[in-house]
Design a protein around this ligand. Sequence first.
Ligand SMILES: [Zn+2]
Length: 128
Amino acid sequence: MSASPTVQPGATPDLDQLALLKSMLEQRLQALESMEAPPSPDAGLPVPEVESSPLDRATVRLLNDLSREAAGHHAAEMQVLRHALAKFEDGSYGLCESCGQPIGISRLLARPEARLCIACQTRAERKS
Ligand SMILES: [Zn+2]
């Protein structure tokens, strides 16, 4: 019972680890934001629908649909990252949003944006 490892699986992150997790989140958010930025200000669509055969236009439309879908996915992920970063501000980062227990540093390092501890996450996944 006297053994006390420096890093316990359920331990809350220390200040250095918090700073690391925050920069991980910020870097990913920045990468997504740069992906979101339109390639040029006057381009409404990622692939210009130039005069071409109907078949080509269909292909271009498909590509645009795909990139719009990807943009939607990025927007959702950016929201998750901003949500996690906001929790640094109110001091609730690293705590499970369901039960309030520490999420655990090993889980946070693997998934810095995690909102639930492993127990609540498992329960939530089983429910759906
Ligand atoms: Zn929990």
